[in-house]
Design a protein around this ligand. Structure first.
Ligand code: 2RA
Length: 339
């Protein structure tokens, strides 16, 4: 009696990775319901050698569903997640709709899987930029409380979906051909460019919504409202892996060797840190695999007190940044076992 699983947004970049990740991890599924907009209804997706008919998402879509994975934007989640819960499903939601809701656990399994049991029907998947930073920061924070983090993100196109990945390619082709290109799904011309991608910029603070999410989600997941966070988020011309430059300050002095030793044992982390070969985390290595790659581990020379370390990380935004993290949450649900 394996669970009946619904995927909402099955034709999106994350939806496709939900399917691939459940298949790769042999997630038990009695029946898969593939849900999308009317535009995609009637098409099919392949799952475990079967062609699954895509159904149009509606109020009756969740009858008999045990687990529903959502990745179709905040509006769809706000409207249909409560309907799914009412129908008896547990929702793992990749949108930002419920992340700061006190009744909704915000979970990275390597950090706070224990919070899953507090759910009241919905569990939120964190923002990919938060996941990428927090998976390596958490074991360090546990060993020596981090009191301040300064991070800069270099975010891939996939964060804005399949259409943005296509736009990166089109924009680059146009640029190489010397053809004019008008941005369609992202706020600025993409080829050979770097820009603030989140259009909601707070006029008071100058922080964009992505940066605010990283701050708020870090505090909720670490359950530490005092941690000071400075963050700058930009979009870079990379397809599907985010990178982040991170400097953190601990309460007690900490050496780079201590950080290496902690990270060598950290779940979901792989150290890539070869100074001889100048070989460090790169999107070409992070793409398509599950770990957060961590390298450039070194003392922050701007802090002579010895409390601060800098590092550079990279992770696949569609996997650990979204679909993998959500499926790992679903693997820990009693519904997966009891259904
Ligand atoms: C982005 N983190 O990268 C946001 C949403 N996935 O666009």
């Amino acid at each position: 009696n394996d669970p009946v699983v619904a995927i909402v947004g099955v034709t999106g970049a994350v939806g496709a990775e939900f399917i691939a990740t459940m298949d790769k991890r042999a997630f038990p599924v009695r029946r898969l319901k593939a849900l999308a907009s009317a535009r995609s209804a009637g098409k099919t997706v392949d799952f475990r050698g079967q062609k699954i008919l895509i159904e149009e998402l509606n109020e009756r879509s969740f009858d008999g569903v045990d687990i529903a994975l959502f990745s179709a934007g905040g509006g769809i989640s706000r409207k249909f997640a409560p309907i799914a819960v009412k129908a008896g499903a547990v929702v793992v939601d990749n949108s930002s709709a419920f992340r700061m809701d006190p009744d909704v656990p915000l979970v990275i399994p390597e950090i706070n899987a224990i919070r899953i049991r507090d759910h009241k029907g919905i569990i939120a998947n964190p923002n990919c930029s938060a996941i990428t930073a927090l998976v390596p920061l958490w074991p360090i924070h546990k060993a020596n409380r981090i009191r301040r983090v300064i991070l800069s993100t270099y975010q891939a196109a996939s964060g804005a979906g399949a259409a943005a990945m296509e736009e990166l390619l089109e924009s680059t082709r146009a640029s190489l051909d010397g053809r004019p290109f008008t941005p369609k799904v992202i706020p600025h011309p993409y080829a050979f460019n770097v820009f603030s991608h989140n259009t909601a910029v707070d006029p008071e603070t100058g922080y964009n919504d992505e940066e605010t999410k990283v701050i708020k989600e870090t505090r909720k997941i670490f359950e530490d409202d005092r941690i000071a966070i400075g963050v700058t988020c930009v979009r870079v011309p990379v397809l599907r892996a985010h990178c982040e430059a991170i400097t953190f300050e601990c309460e007690r002095p900490i050496s780079e060797d201590e950080v290496r030793a902690i990270l060598a044992k950290a779940p979901g982390v792989r150290i890539v840190d070869d100074r001889q070969k100048n070989y460090f985390p790169m999107p070409i290595d992070a793409s398509g695999q599950d770990d957060v790659l961590v390298g450039r581990i070194r003392k922050d020379l701007s802090d002579p007190s010895g409390h601060s370390i800098s590092m550079f990380v990279s992770a696949d935004q569609l996997l650990k940044g979204a679909a993998l993290n959500a499926v790992q949450i679903a693997e820990l649900l009693p519904q997966r076992v009891m259904a």
